[in-house]
Design a protein around this ligand. Structure first.
Ligand code: NAD
Length: 479
């Protein structure tokens, strides 16, 4: 059985104390590999390597850093099939999705920030004839990047790429649930000739090695994507040490469907927003609000579309694969039970699915639509992060906005209308970091990405990410 290794000081190495965790294929329920259960000694070695590499990497001209990152992007492209298969095996997602979304986006992340750093400029502020200020933006030093399991390589590289581009050395930890593509990335970094110690990848448990990264005095900033509860723990640990923090957390995102929408486009878009990646994307639209006059027709057409989704072996031609783990499947099924207990009517799904053949022990849940629940209930307030969405009618634009804004989260919303004025008016009043109009997950990597309220602190993407990974220093020169 394959045992993954940590990537420390440019080399692949086993964990110092020889402890491992099982890696499980969620589509089959079978253990298929071993993951290092890293500890403090592994982290200390990684931080030492990063500190040693730091001056050299910082002094490397941006063009050379960019060229190395482009080489990594090219290697990701060249290994698309290998990486897509690994992502699907680790995560349970359809291999076609990994091939079309996850892996190409990982390459784009490296390429985008390779280009961005060559265009990154800092500010200057002239004070008339008195003085001039200019701002230097140096790398922070050694930074930590911690990512979740839902879009494994996609989100891992979304953090690592800007950190490296800006001249930092990185200690990165992928989710222990989906470690394989991060391991393959370490092999590609070696092949690309990334200098030793510039990027170090440690595997293991969040509460152990993740926590150790957050608290290590040598790690000066933390970029974290994951659950809101974990984000709160990380903030509590890092804040008293005055570490710079970027937190991308959970969501409970609304899709607002107005009677003047393009119905065909909206049914397809809202279904995709709710169920893409088995509903396991922080941006998924899990609360669907529909203007009452079209509610019956929209409901019928959405139901038709959702019940037609093909769920099964991620290696075959399906729309939905497995949920990421048995524990997560249990959580999602528990949330459906809560919805039933709260009086929700299950329109479709609502149960575990057991495919024939090699996936009979896998963790599959039927795409589930629920109606009849008020805003103030657990189902409509808590993130479920699975193939479960609720449907509610609304009467006025004001009601729709009120319901959309009525949770503790504020990550992403989508608005479906052909009325231009309405789209601007509603977008302005929504308390979300991202608002999509007549689309969902249409991404431009230059735009600020992140959430308000309990969905996070700070923004990723474009210049925001490069600013996060640099320390501004203002120099004021008197004439
Ligand atoms: P999680 O919070 O359990 O874990 C995320 C990462 O943090 C993992 O690598 C984990 O090992 C690590 N971790 C756990 N405890 C830690 C600790 N105490 N200290 C340091 N690291 C720790 O989240 P998950 O279950 O992997 O991912 C699902 C969650 O991520 C959902 O809530 C989802 O909404 C959120 N998410 C947010 C975004 C976004 O951009 N806002 C994107 C994807 C996922």
């Amino acid at each position: 059985m394959e045992a993954l290794e940590n990537y420390i000081d440019g080399k692949l190495v086993p964990p110092g104390d020889g402890r491992y965790l099982d890696n499980i294929n969620p589509a089959t329920g079978q253990v298929y590999g071993q993951i290092p259960r890293s500890g403090q000694a592994d982290l200390d070695a990684a931080v030492t390597a990063a500190e040693q590499a730091r001056a050299g990497w910082q002094a490397t001209p941006a063009e050379q850093r960019a060229a190395l990152m482009e080489r990594i992007a090219d290697l990701i492209d060249r290994n698309l099939e290998l990486l897509a298969a690994a992502e699907s095996e680790d995560n349970g997602k359809p291999i076609a999705l990994a091939r079309s979304l996850d892996i190409p986006r990982a390459a784009s992340n490296f390429r985008f920030f390779a280009h961005a750093i060559t265009q990154f400029a800092s500010e200057s502020h002239a004070m008339g004839e008195a003085a001039i200020n200019y701002t230097l933006r140096d790398p922070i030093g050694v930074v930590g990047c911690i990512s979740p399991w839902n879009l494994p390589l996609y989100l891992f590289t979304w953090k690592i790429a800007p950190a490296l581009a800006a001249g930092n050395c990185v200690i990165a930890k992928p989710s222990e649930v989906t470690p394989k593509t991060a391991y393959l990335l370490s092999q590609l970094c070696i092949e690309a000739g990334l200098p030793a110690g510039v990027l170090n990848i440690l595997h293991g448990l969040g509460g152990e090695i993740g926590n150790a990264i957050v608290t290590h005095p040598g790690v000066k900033a933390i970029s974290f994507t994951g659950g809101t509860a974990t984000g709160a723990q990380i903030a509590a640990q890092a804040a008293p040490k005055f570490k710079k923090l970027s937190l991308e957390l959970g969501g409970k995102n609304p899709s607002l469907v107005f009677a003047d929408c393009d119905l065909d486009k909206t049914v397809a878009g809202v279904a995709r927003a709710a169920f893409a990646n088995q509903g396991q994307i922080c941006l998924c639209g899990s609360r669907i609000y529909v203007e009452r006059s079209i509610y019956p027709e929209f409901r019928e057409r959405l139901l038709e579309r959702v019940t037609a989704l093909r769920v099964g072996d991620p290696l075959s031609d399906v729309d939905q694969g497995a949920l990421v783990s048995e524990a997560h499947m249990g959580k999602v099924l528990g949330a459906i039970e809560t919805a039933r207990a709260e009086g929700g009517k299950i329109l479709c799904g609502g149960e575990r699915l057991v495919p024939d053949g090699r996936c009979a022990q896998g963790y599959f849940v039927a795409p589930t639509l629920i109606e009849g629940l008020p805003l103030a209930c657990e189902t409509n307030q808590r993130e479920i992060f699975g193939p479960v969405a609720t449907l509610q009618p609304f009467d006025t634009e004001e009601d729709a906005i009120g319901m959309a804004n009525g949770t503790d989260y504020g990550l992403a919303a989508s608005v479906w209308t052909e009325n231009l004025r309405r789209s601007h008016r509603v977008a302005r009043q929504l308390d979300f970091g991202i608002v999509w109009v007549n689309c969902w997950l249409q991404r431009d990597l230059r735009t600020p990405f992140g959430g308000m309220k309990n969905s996070g602190v700070g923004r990723e993407g474009g210049l925001e990410a490069l600013r996060f990974f640099t320390e501004p220093k203002n120099v004021c020169i008197n004439y």
